[in-house]
Design a protein around this ligand. Structure first.
Ligand SMILES: *[C@@H]1O[C@H](CO)[C@@H](O)[C@H](O)[C@H]1NC(C)=O
Ligand SMILES: *[C@@H]1O[C@H](CO)[C@@H](O)[C@H](O)[C@H]1NC(C)=O
Ligand SMILES: *[C@@H]1O[C@H](CO)[C@@H](O)[C@H](O)[C@H]1NC(C)=O
Ligand SMILES: *[C@@H]1O[C@H](CO)[C@@H](O)[C@H](O)[C@H]1NC(C)=O
Ligand SMILES: CC(=O)N[C@H]1CO[C@H](CO)[C@@H](O)[C@@H]1O
Length: 387
């Protein structure tokens, strides 16, 4: 009697929950996600996307863990709390993010008919390292890997299962002398990415302010096993190796807030060398980048400049300036889908751009998040569907 009463109660709350959910996601263009890296409890913030690309109201979903804010010259940093790109990653109906404070990776399933309510799959999995700050996924190998930029520094990988994440291989330590919270941005990992063929896993490490940074290239076997012995490259031109964006399997762009960024070539031995240094005039901190395959351009986002720089991938020349939202005061993590570009701003907001149209590039929306949450905790940007 009692048990069936509880059953009825939970059934009615389920039905109610479903009704509320349906009415809150009227957009038909999927969802945009960012991490709220809050030490008191981290969340994925989901914004529904309307068919024209504009954003709807933000919704929080707990990551089942806690965030952590890095330390700068003047105490806890106010923006880019993880010193990274790719704190949130979406592939197919999978979403992955980092719990920097609880040193775990959260894996969500995105319901296609309700993408603003991603559902945790199992419990977040311990990284066996400290302070995970960037995450990558290989669909081919069903493998998730993350950088840990705290005292136990290195890379951890997991296989995805119906019940959550299970460790794949041992923790792979990398030489980094850090604390928790980490002190940065110098001397922290920035980005982790698979090359397009998913045969190699790359990690970027910023230099310490005196010496160049490093790029670690871990070979991935056909069976999806990541070799714990990376090839390490330290090209003299790369000082503050930040976001790494692949153009194809042998060429990538590495953003460098010391001057703009560099095009690099990956050799047969996985050695990484600079083919062209791109100095961006007026740059302040060019940390984030994305490759736009439609226009064969790399877009570079600067924490201190509202305009976005487009660099032609073929020639390596700066192609154009994209006028950014004036109130943005800088551009951070970004994600592209077709002709739509979404950028997390230095200000508490997200800029939505149309990259092609009758009048060229235009600003579609400046979505204000100031009433929603604290800018300090916003990190990463990902989109569903991703193409
Ligand atoms: C690590 O960093 C601390 C603090 O900067 C320093 O005292 C220590 O000597 C470093 N250890 C190594 C092995 O470099
Ligand atoms: C990869 O991209 C570079 C830079 O745009 C280009 O020069 C090269 O031809 C490309 N390689 C292949 C195999 O497409
Ligand atoms: C981009 O625009 C800004 C502001 O108009 C200007 O200062 C800068 O020189 C431009 N950069 C390029 C590469 O055209
Ligand atoms: C292009 O600009 C014209 C003139 O400012 C405006 O009337 C028109 O709506 C714009 N079209 C698009 C697609 O933005
Ligand atoms: C994606 C999204 O939420 N779109 C719209 C849903 O409906 C509300 C209220 O009408 C709009 O404000 C959103 O933009």
């Amino acid at each position: 009697m009692r048990a069936s009463g509880i059953y009825l109660l939970s059934l009615s709350s389920l039905v109610l929950g479903a009704a509320v959910r349906r009415s809150s996601s009227n957009g038909t263009g999927g969802a945009l996600y960012l991490l709220e890296n809050n030490p008191a409890g981290a969340n994925i913030v989901s914004l529904g996307i309307n068919s024209d690309g504009t954003l709807g109201a933000p919704v929080r979903t707990s990551t089942g863990g806690t965030g952590l804010v890095g330390t700068g010259n003047q105490g806890p940093v106010q923006v880019d709390s993880l010193f990274s790109q790719d704190a949130v990653h979406v592939a197919g109906e999978h979403l992955f993010t980092v719990n920097a404070g609880s040193s775990s990776i959260a894996y969500f399933h995105i319901p296609p008919n309700d993408p603003t309510h991603p559902v945790l799959v199992g419990e977040p999995a311990s990284t066996r390292g400290d302070v995970p700050n960037s995450v990558a996924y290989s669909p081919k190998h069903k493998l998730v890997c993350a950088t840990n930029t705290g005292p136990r520094a290195g890379v951890s990988c997991f296989s995805i299962t119906e019940n959550g994440l299970t460790p794949s291989g041992a923790f792979m330590p990398l030489p980094l002398n850090q604390t928790s919270p980490p002190t940065g941005p110098p001397n922290t990992f920035s980005d982790i990415v698979f090359n397009p063929a998913q045969t190699t896993l790359f990690v970027t490490l910023k230099g310490d302010g005196v010496n160049p940074g490093s790029i670690f290239a871990f070979p991935v076997s056909g069976a999806g096993v990541v070799s714990p012995k990376p090839r390490v490259s330290r090209p003299a031109e790369l000082l503050t190796d930040f976001a790494m964006s692949f153009i194809n399997d042998t060429h990538a762009f590495v953003a460098d807030p010391a001057y703009g960024g560099s095009f690099v070539r990956v050799g047969c031995g996985l050695d990484v060398s600079v083919t062209r240094k791109v100095t961006i005039p007026g740059q302040v901190a060019a940390c984030w980048s994305r490759y736009d395959a439609r226009r064969d351009e790399v877009l570079v986002f600067d924490a201190g400049v509202s305009d976005i720089t487009a660099v032609a991938a073929q020639s390596g020349e700066i192609a154009r300036n994209i006028t950014g939202v004036a109130e943005a005061m800088g551009q951070f993590d970004a994600v592209l889908r077709g002709d739509r570009l979404y950028v997390l701003e230095n200000a508490p907001g997200i800029g939505v751009y149309a990259l092609a149209g009758a009048n060229g590039t235009s600003i579609l929306q400046n979505f204000d998040l100031s009433a929603f949450g604290k800018r300090q905790f916003f990190q990463g940007l990902a989109i569903y569907p991703s193409a």
